[in-house]
Design a protein around this ligand. Structure first.
Ligand code: SAH
Length: 396
C-alpha cells in the first residue's frame, strides 16, 4: 500500500474527523498509485492519520475510509459499516423499517461515495467516487449479505466525470429488477422504475416533507405541484384532502408514472391532472392568464452543482419563487425547496424573501424543512446536508 504524506499543518482536518483531503494538502503523490486505490495517509511527521481512497482527477484527492490503523477497508469493513447503518435506521424508525428508505448516506455513514437506497427486495447503490468504484464487488457482496436484497447499481451520475469514471448501471448480485417496483410511503402506493427512474428510482429524501404537505392540504381547492416527477407531493396533497392537483414536469416518462400512481391509489383524472411543460414557462403563462392556486409546491432539480454556479442558481431560484408568490392566493400555502448543497439555508431563505418582496406579497414562515431522517447528517460532515425547504403562508 502506498503512503501519502501531508504538508505540514494539513492534518488539522483529521482532528475534526472530516473525511476529505484536498490535493493542495499532499506533499507528494507516489508514482503508480491507481485511481481509487487505498492509501495510507501520514502527517508530515510520519504519524498514521487514516486509510483513504485516492482520486486521481478530483480536487478532493483523498476520501478517508477509516481513521483507525486496525480498520483496513475490504469486505469485512463494508459488512460492518452496512450493519451499523442498518442498526442506525432501526433506531430512527423505531424498529419498523419502511418499505423504502436510505440505508447508506455516504460520508454521513462513514462511506464516502456510497449511497444505498432500499426498495422491496432490492438494494440500489450509487458509487460516485473512484474509491467506492474500486470496491464495487466487496460492496455488492457485503450489501447482499447484510440486507438479503438483490443489488442493483445506478452509478449513472454526473459527479463521476470529476472522478474520471464512466457511467455504470446494472445488476451486481441476485436478480434483475422488474420493469417497476411497488412500495408504500405514508400510506400511499407508488410504482417506480429502479432501472430508469431518477437517482435510485425515487426521491426518498422528501418522505417527511410529503407528510407535511399532506397535513396542510385538507380542504385546499387547487394545488399546483411543480417538478412533480412521479407525483409524490401531488398524491400526498390529495391523500391529505386537497380537491385537485395539477402536476407539471418536463419528463413525459415521469408523468406517465405519476398518472399510474394516481390510478393505483384510486384518484380520478378530475382530481389529478398532469402537464408536460417547462415549469418556468408554464408559471409565466399562468401569471399572464391570472391563474391562482391555494397551494404550490416548488421542488426543482439541483440548480447549482458547485459553488461556482451559486449566483446563477440564486437568480433561477428567485425567478421561480417570485412566480410562485404571484400565483398564490391570499391564505395560500407555498412549499419551496432547494436540493443544491451549494445553496446554504440562509442564502435560500434570503432569496425566497427577496422574491416575496419583489412580488409585493406578505408571508409568514410556518416551518423550515430538510431531508428525511434516514438521510441524517454526521456532525463531522456538514456537507451531507443538502435539502432545504420552507413552508410559507401568504398573508394579506
Ligand atoms: N418533487 C419530486 C422530485 C422532483 S425532481 C418528488 O417528490 O418526487 C425534479 C423534477 O424536475 C424531475 O422530475 C425533472 O424531470 C423535472 N424538471 C427538471 N427541469 C424541469 C423544468 N425546467 N421544467 C419542468 N420539469 C423539470
Amino acid at each position: 500500500m502506498y503512503d501519502i504524506i501531508l504538508k505540514q499543518g494539513k492534518e488539522r482536518s483529521f482532528q475534526r474527523r472530516h473525511p476529505w483531503v484536498f490535493s493542495g494538502a499532499l506533499s507528494k503523490i507516489p508514482q503508480g498509485v491507481g485511481n481509487g486505490e487505498t492509501v495510507r495517509v501520514l502527517s508530515s511527521q510520519g504519524e498514521f492519520l487514516g486509510y483513504g481512497a485516492y482520486s486521481a482527477t478530483s480536487s478532493i484527492a483523498i476520501r478517508i475510509w477509516s481513521f483507525d490503523i486496525n480498520d483496513l477497508p475490504g469486505y469485512d469493513f463494508f459488512e460492518r459499516k452496512f450493519r451499523a447503518a442498518l442498526t442506525f435506521r432501526k433506531i430512527i424508525f423505531n424498529n419498523v423499517l419502511p418499505d423504502s428508505y436510505r440505508l447508506v448516506h455516504a460520508e454521513s455513514d462513514g462511506l464516502p461515495g456510497v449511497i444505498v437506497d432500499i426498495y422491496p427486495g432490492f438494494a440500489v447503490c450509487q458509487l460516485s467516487t473512484a474509491g467506492a468504484d474500486y470496491f464495487r464487488n466487496e460492496i455488492a457482496d457485503a450489501l447482499y449479505c447484510v440486507t438479503g436484497c438483490n443489488v442493483y447499481e445506478r452509478s449513472d451520475v454526473d459527479s463521476r466525470k470529476r472522478e474520471g469514471l464512466p457511467d455504470v448501471k446494472g445488476l451486481l448480485k441476485g436478480v434483475e429488477p422488474p420493469e417497476f417496483i411497488e412500495f408504500t410511503e405514508n400510506g400511499i402506493r407508488f410504482r417506480s422504475s429502479l432501472k430508469e427512474g431518477h437517482k435510485t428510482g425515487f426521491y426518498l429524501d422528501q418522505r417527511v416533507n410529503r407528510q407535511v404537505v399532506s397535513s396542510a392540504a385538507a380542504g385546499c381547492g387547487d394545488v399546483l405541484n411543480c417538478f412533480s416527477y412521479t407525483g409524490g407531493f401531488g398524491l400526498a396533497a390529495l391523500h391529505g384532502g386537497a380537491h385537485h392537483v395539477l402536476n407539471v414536469d418536463s419528463s413525459g416518462a415521469a408523468l406517465e408514472f405519476a398518472c399510474s400512481n394516481a390510478q393505483l391509489n384510486g384518484f380520478s383524472t378530475e382530481q389529478f391532472s398532469v402537464e408536460d411543460a417547462d415549469v418556468f414557462q408554464f408559471l409565466r403563462k399562468c401569471r399572464d392568464s391570472r391563474k391562482s392556486f391555494d397551494m404550490i409546491i416548488l421542488d426543482p432539480p439541483k440548480l447549482a452543482e458547485t459553488i461556482k454556479q451559486r449566483d446563477k442558481a440564486a437568480r433561477a431560484y428567485k425567478d421561480l419563487n417570485l412566480l410562485g408568490f404571484k400565483l398564490l392566493r391570499p391564505g395560500g400555502k407555498l412549499f419551496t425547496f432547494s436540493c443544491s448543497g451549494a445553496m446554504d439555508d440562509d442564502l435560500f431563505e434570503k432569496v425566497v424573501c427577496s422574491a416575496a418582496q419583489d412580488a409585493n406579497v406578505n408571508f409568514r414562515i410556518i416551518q423550515h424543512l430538510a431531508q428525511a431522517p434516514d438521510h441524517a447528517v454526521s456532525g463531522f460532515f456538514p456537507e451531507g446536508h443538502y435539502l432545504k425547504g420552507l413552508y410559507l403562508i401568504r398573508t394579506e
